[in-house]
Design a protein around this ligand. Sequence first.
Ligand code: ADP
Length: 504
Amino acid sequence: MKQKTKNPASPVKKKGRVGVRYKLFLYFAVFTVLILTILWLTQVIFLPDIYKTVKLSELRISARALSQRITDENFADEAELLASRGDMCILVLHMLNDDTALEVVSIDTLPFCMIHNTDRNSKFTFYDLARENGGELLRHFRFDGENHMYYSVDEAPEDLSDANEYILYTILTEKDGETYMFMLNSIISPVSATTRTLNYILIAVSLLLLILSAVFALIISRKFTRPIVSINDSAKQLAAGDYKVRFNEGGYREISELADTLNYAADELGKVDGLRRELIANISHDLRTPLTMIQGYAELMRDIPGENTPENEQIVIDETQRLTSLVNDMLDLSKYESGNQSADFADCNITVIIRDLLTRYNSFCEKDGYRLEFSYDEELTMYTDSTKLVQAVYNLVNNAITYTGPDKIVRVGQYVALGQDGKPLTVRFTVKDSGEGIPADKLESIWERYYKVDKVHRRASVGTGLGLSIVKNIAQLLGGSCGVESEIGKGSTFWIELPVNSVG
Ligand code: ADP
């Protein structure tokens, strides 16, 4: 049955998820609204309070400054300057006794100023109140324009709630045994024309800010999302199997790094895909050749009388063996690579085991003229999985026989390296041939499965391309490593190095 698979390359938009552009725009809008709210609060809602606080503190500072300079020669000029700067009326009286006073300075800048529009008695009332209050008095008033009346803020009629609020600040100072009274008067309601103007400006600024933030959000979100969109497009191509696709590195650092990673992933996927294709081609070729041979010879022996010879039967047996070893290699390798292969460690005299392995080649060597030489520095007993180690050495020896030179000599060695305590620390098994050698640029690739340096090597059909991969996996499983040194024209030396685990 054909299974339906989802194609990730199709441009399906995720439901319930908003795009990054929209989100950025939203954040921008929220930020703008926040700024505007702060502006409105300070410029409109809290403006009267802020204005009052500022005015009051100005008045206090001015009063104090004046009281310290009462004896200055140009006191009148200073008072004039302060009054015009702070929009206030000033009256300074030199108090001679409880009902007599001399006017030192009188500056009248405000319309309907409290100081200059009240009678003389009121001034003495303020003087008394200030004295009772410790030399300082602060009073808030509203002015009723129609009746020319001043009301204390708490007692003002309702219809005066919008009228300007006046503040009268009085302080008493002693200087050279004389008493002076400073009265400062100012309006502390913000000028309504100014607040109206501010409001208009604020409305205009708010609208402008909203439009600008929308435009900015749009531009910035485009700028930010463009590389992401481009990477997403490329990723879709990659998902569709185009491993040559390139991810754009433009934009910013994180995107650049992501693009690098994805480019690397695409390259690796490409390599794996190439290997997979090669693998399938190799397997089908390697399987088909012996199968064709077996079928051909079997049919020949069945159909043609007299062809049922021992030689032809041997060919069928050999090809069956080849097929079996190929399938076994494949199974072994897949077990190693999936991590399902475990080592069966035991004490063993590895020197004897290797020597026994080499004797298996005796009849082959006698028949074909090969010579296997084994040399070792000491007979070694170690704790390892001898079956797996023998399989690895066997693969190396088979390769060496296949690729060795016309002298047909293969040298196998076993060398022990001692630790500081004088005991064997590591052991190195070497298999040396006198063949053509391996080009330096191929030394790494030969360990990959199905890799063959010379794909049309005269005896390449002998191998499966899996032998060295199995050697590598075995060396790793036994806690060691493997490698090769090769010189073109002189031959190669393959080695496996293992730790000599403590016996017992
Ligand atoms: P194969 O079954 O083809 O020998 P291997 O994995 O054992 O597969 O080896 C991979 C490739 O490494 C071989 O095809 C060959 O090209 C190269 N190779 C292995 N051993 C030798 C050697 N002793 N001398 C030269 N080339 C070698």
